[in-house]
Structures are given as C-alpha cells and as structure tokens.
Write a protein that binds this ligand. Structure first.
Ligand SMILES: NC(=O)c1ccc[n+]([C@@H]2O[C@H](COP(=O)([O-])OP(=O)(O)OC[C@H]3O[C@@H](n4cnc5c(N)ncnc54)[C@H](OP(=O)(O)O)[C@@H]3O)[C@@H](O)[C@H]2O)c1
Length: 310
C-alpha cells in the first residue's frame, strides 16, 4: 500500500438522504481546535494539513460543528479546503453552544437554532448546509436541554422548508425521538455514541439499519480509549477497558499486523452497512493509520470475539 492511494473509498459507499452518497470512512473535526475542542489549535498549519490529507485520501464526508472551538473547526475547514471539491459533504450539528469556560451548553430554542445555522453558513462559506444534525441532550454526554424535543425539531423542519438545510439528522437521540421525527420528515442520519465498548444505543442502530438511515457513531475510538495501546479516554467518565478486553482487541490486531484503532474502525464498518465512521485526530500519522483500516478485513472469528466484548 502506498499512502498516496485513496483509501477511504475502499470502505464502500453509503447514501445520506435522497441525494447524497459518501465514502463510509469520513473524518470528524472535533480534535482540530485546541485541547477539549476549545480555542485555537496549538499547530494551525498541522490542523490544515490533516484536513487536506483527509480529502487526498478520499474522505468526502467531514463531520463538524460551529461549537468546536467554537468556530475554529469550521474556519479551519474553509481555510484548508475552500473552494470545496464538488463531492465533499459537510455535516454539521446545532443545538449546542459553548460557555466562557468551554462547557457544552444545550441551545435548542428555535431562535438559537436559526442563529446557529446562519453562523455555520457564514463560517463555512456555503449558501446551504447539506446535512444538519439537531444535537439533543440527555445521552450522558450532554445534559438535557430545557426546550422540548418537538419544539426544536419543528424548527429543523422549518429551516429545511426554507432551503437553508438540505437533509436533517439527529444526534444523541432515543429510539422514541427518532421514530417521532421520522413520522414528520425523512431523517438522513443519526449520530449517537457507539463503539466497541459502548453499545447502549443498539436499538437506534438497528432501526437505522432497517430503514437505511446513515448511523454515524460518535467516539468511534472511544474518545481515545481505543487508540494506541497506551490509549486513554479524553473523558472523565465512560466504559472500562478491562485487561481481558484489551487482550481480545490486541489479539485481533496482532493477527492482522494492525493497530487497536484500525480494529475498532474495521469492526464498526463490518457491524452494519448503515455505519459511517468518523474517527477524529489532530495528527496526519494517525489519520493515515485510521484510513488504512478500510483495507482491514476481519474474519468471522475476529468479529465474533469483538462482538462479544460488550
Ligand atoms: N454528536 C456528538 O455529540 C459528538 C460527540 C463527540 C464527537 N463527535 C464527532 O465524532 C468525531 C469522532 O469523535 P472524537 O474525535 O471525539 O473521538 P474518537 O474518534 O473516538 O477518538 C479521538 C481520540 O483518539 C486519538 N486517536 C485518533 N486516531 C488515533 C490512532 N490511530 N492512534 C492513537 N490515537 C488515536 C485522538 O488523538 P490524536 O489527536 O492524538 O490522534 C483523540 O484523542 C468527532 O471528531 C466529532 O466529529 C460528535
């Protein structure tokens, strides 16, 4: 393999809504701003290089938000990639803002959502956002907001009717919320937390698979826990990674001369054809390693061992 090859297409393609189609290995921009996704990156040129390399390797789905930085991830995307390649899809999220300390604060009132859409349009230099997720609180990562889901979602429908948004996605949702939303308009994608060690929202993934809705797991590498063998989660909470689980993952990795991160990504790609994987990194080396997971073919025995982990 040479790293100038386009690796992302080897993961296969997936439909996003009625009109879009992307490679199933994309890129998440949350690691590009400063620590905790707050403030500017330590290495501005390095962050631009990661984005450009991702596109060179065939990534045509970028997952972002104006609350990464805030504004920093979107500004970097524009600086690195504008004018954008024709096939590049940028999915963004609204429903959250950052406070002065960097905390993620729910902001799902209709007027807040409208402002966030306009800010994304302005920062990204687009006149329409192809895919926008409503980030709903209450999934353990973001506290529940005070605005009712139905009220926020009604605003998503209105923004779509006005043409500011193409496809609508949901993030951090329950199965009930997903079904409630689907009864009104088609949902193109769902972004919930799901990885080798955390399968709490399996019911939502199953519905997405049945209904051909893209499922975009956030924290595909367990927020770093499933990265290097010394990997640590960036979060103060989350699942344990026991010695027995580590042995299983490392055994599969060694069998393919692969890394833990590559096994975590390959497992997601194999788990459901609805899954679109968006590993985040601030490093070109890790990006290249993650993209090479598109070529890792797990055996049925590998998959059975990994399925049994959680
Ligand atoms: N909807 C939501 O609420 C939500 C929440 C979180 C994330 N997201 C989205 O999901 C994307 C992915 O999540 P994430 O970036 O937070 O977490 P992640 O992809 O699970 O893990 C990222 C962490 O793993 C490390 N890493 C990446 N590749 C590695 C490799 N090959 N070897 C060792 N370590 C590696 C990164 O550090 P380095 O920078 O050093 O590589 C970083 O610490 C985000 O970028 C964002 O787009 C959405």
């Amino acid at each position: 393999m040479t790293l100038s090859d386009k690796l992302a297409p080897e993961a296969g393609r997936l439909r996003l809504g009625d009109e879009l189609s992307v490679n199933r290995l994309g890129f998440g921009t949350m690691q590009l701003p400063g620590p905790g996704s707050f403030g500017p990156p330590d290495d501005h040129a390095g962050a631009l290089a990661v984005l450009r390399r991702a596109v060179e390797l065939g990534v045509n789905y970028l997952d972002t938000s104006d609350f990464y930085g805030p504004h920093v991830a979107n500004d970097l995307i524009r600086e690195a990639l504008h004018p954008y390649p024709d096939d590049l899809v940028i999915g963004t999220k609204i429903g959250v803002v950052r406070d002065n300390w960097g905390d993620f604060v729910p902001a799902g009132a209709p007027d807040q959502l409208r402002r966030q859409v306009h800010e994304n349009l302005r920062r990204l230099g687009r006149d329409r956002l192809e895919l926008v997720y409503l980030r709903v609180g209450g999934d353990g990562l973001l506290r529940p907001g005070e605005v009712r889901f139905s009220e926020s979602f009604a605003m998503m429908v209105r923004l779509r009717e006005e043409g500011l948004i193409g496809d609508v996605g949901l993030s951090g949702v329950t199965l009930k919320q997903l079904d409630q939303a689907r009864a009104t308009i088609p949902i193109a994608a769902v972004q919930n937390r799901f990885h080798l060690l955390d399968r709490d929202c399996l019911d939502v993934l199953r519905r997405c698979t049945e209904e051909s809705i893209a499922f975009v797991p956030y924290f595909p590498l367990g927020a770093g826990l499933l990265g290097a063998r010394t990997g640590r989660s960036q979060l103060p909470f989350g699942p344990d990674f026991s010695a027995a689980q580590r042995r299983t993952v490392d055994g599969v990795a060694d069998g393919h001369d692969a890394t833990r991160a590559q096994v975590a990504i390959a497992w997601l790609l194999a788990y459901s054809p609805a899954i679109l994987v968006i590993p985040g990194t601030s490093s070109v080396r890790h990006l290249e390693e993650n993209m090479a997971a598109a070529r890792l073919r797990l055996t049925p025995a590998d998959r059975a061992a990994l399925d049994a982990l959680a």
